[in-house]
Ligand binder design. Sequence first.
Ligand code: FES
Length: 711
Amino acid sequence: MSIRPADSTSNPPPGSTSEATSEATSEATSEATSEATSEATSEATSEVSSEVSSEVSSEVSSEVSSEVSSEVSSEVSSEVSSNPTPNLDIREWIRIGTLEEIDKNGPMVVKGIVVFQHEGSLYAVENRCPHMGFPLHLGSVCDGVLTCHWHHARFDVCSGGTLDPWADDVPAHAIAVQNGIVYANPRPKQPKNLDWHLHRLREGLEQNLSLIIAKSVVALVNAGVAPARIAEVGIDFGTSERSAGWGPGLTILAANLNVIAKLDTYGQILALVQGLVHVARDSAGRPKRHMLQPLPATEFGTPRLQEWYRRSVEVRDIDGAERVLLTVLGGDASDADVADMMIVAVTDHFYLDGGHTLDFHNKAFEALAAIRPELRPQVLSSLIPGLGNPTRSEELQNWQTPVDLVSPLFAAFRELENQLGRISPATLASGTSDSPTDRNASSIDGSASSIEGSASIMPSQTSPLLTDRQTRTDAEKIVDVLLGDDPGVIVETLTALLTSGVDPVHLSGLVALAAAKRIVHFHTQNDFGDWIAVLHTFTNAHAVHERLKQSQNPLATRAIYHVAMRIYRDRFLNIPSAALPKSDAADRAGYSTDLRQLLALTDKQQQVAEAATWVAHYIDTGQPMGPLWNTLGHLLLREDAEFHSFQMLEAAIKEHEDWEKSTRSIAKDAMRTLVLAATRYLAAHAPTARELPQVARIAWRLARGEKLFAE
Ligand code: FES
């Protein structure tokens, strides 16, 4: 029987002359072998002859063992970074065996490469199914298709290309036959370099293949690619492919990227995989997004365009808003101009879409730091579809009755205008004839008594803060007011603080702290679904805090009032109030400060109080925060967490970072509150089936060369 390499014209062994190689690949008969030998240069002949020596075998063995076999963790790095087509000497090829041996024994495996004889040709592929590592020599070849027997992935035995994209292509290797001996090139025909992995990641996103995404992330991280570069692939994909625009998946990805420096390497992989898989899921089965074009060259400047944008958002004209936004981005507007324009438009109404609209805006702006500047229009305009029909909380019955929370805010905004003198009457949200919100609020005429049956919330008592000049900076008292049960006092206090010069950024940080306290005191007797209510308030408060750091427009401060009213509305979720954990309780329970104990605790459901007690003990005994954040990250990322949990951890970490810089006496309590809030929320939502983390773990173990099929 005549056997030949399947790719006799490709990948000649560089150690031989091309002529010798050509001849060698046509051999199999002793005559052809003889010709090849005689036509080779003496140098090539010498190389081939010496190649069979034990010395060379040893060299090949050592090389191959580092490239093909089990040390895949280092292999991935070397594959990505090394030249994929070096002038490899024939002596470095892998000696598989003789033609007779292959003919007699069937598939032969040497150094991680399997050689099949099929339909008179020889084929070599990596002996490891790219799906989950099953040995391919145990598979079968029929009609040119190699089938893995674990999950039945099919591969073109010649190229290694798969017919089942979820499995990935298997690396194929060139074959050479000389003197009746079969050699395989240890380097695959199609090396998996950096571009290949980035492309494969994009394909995984397009086809919503979580294992492909995970494998790509593992390979890229192992190769030293920056997390931001990896995340950019997902941000680019999600903002260009998803017709609904920026959504939860992109928010998870951006949030995870914000805190990725807190995580160890495996945690970073989990964070990227979780974010990217959620981006893929959000886009799966949805139509592609088609961006509009900016307006043709217009002579109108940024202020006019900003007004057009705001009016477009007001009337839910998303096409108009997108064209104007793209025009602004292409003009001479500063980054601050763009940010203010967009934030003002989404604070014209109260607490849009349960706070998600502002959350999404915040995360999109934060993501800009991680991506190429040319993606900026694509990313920011992806927010526009979400403005098509968001819930405007001032229109909701429960914002109007039994206590009218709407009219006092409009009154407060008018007062802000009067006191600050910085808010243009033409753009003030309420109380002016041409403001968008005023038109929308026609059913709410601005007077506290306009809504039948609603009680006035104007202060029934004077805010304690307003009677004490020294308390303007008393953070603890401000937080107390925010957690109080008198919305009139809350509104009056906010206005007094803002009009007397308190920094809105500082004030919004206190609002976020108050919202975190709602989570710390959320009692588990509440309906489980109510965790989301206090979560929404906190993450929105965090978004407000972050956006105000970037904004100079007084209109943006309206968001402080919106979220403050949410904190007020959540007050019954703290009745009864969960008690703060005490450190000595941990001592009594035998808790240590070994962070694995925290992970073990949260392997059981509803360990909210236990986990909080454990963490309080850890904090109060002065243990370092870095390992704790990393562990809380794993506590989150090892679960099939839903989007709010990712928001929770990120917001807690970022707010905590701000307090770390503070010398205020409240800072210590604030940091403790934020850690406990995150712990309680995450513990309440664990454990889950852990399906997605298992996918990431499979990819991680495959990259380390572990044999999943053997367990
Ligand atoms: S198909 Fe080969 S391991 Fe799954």
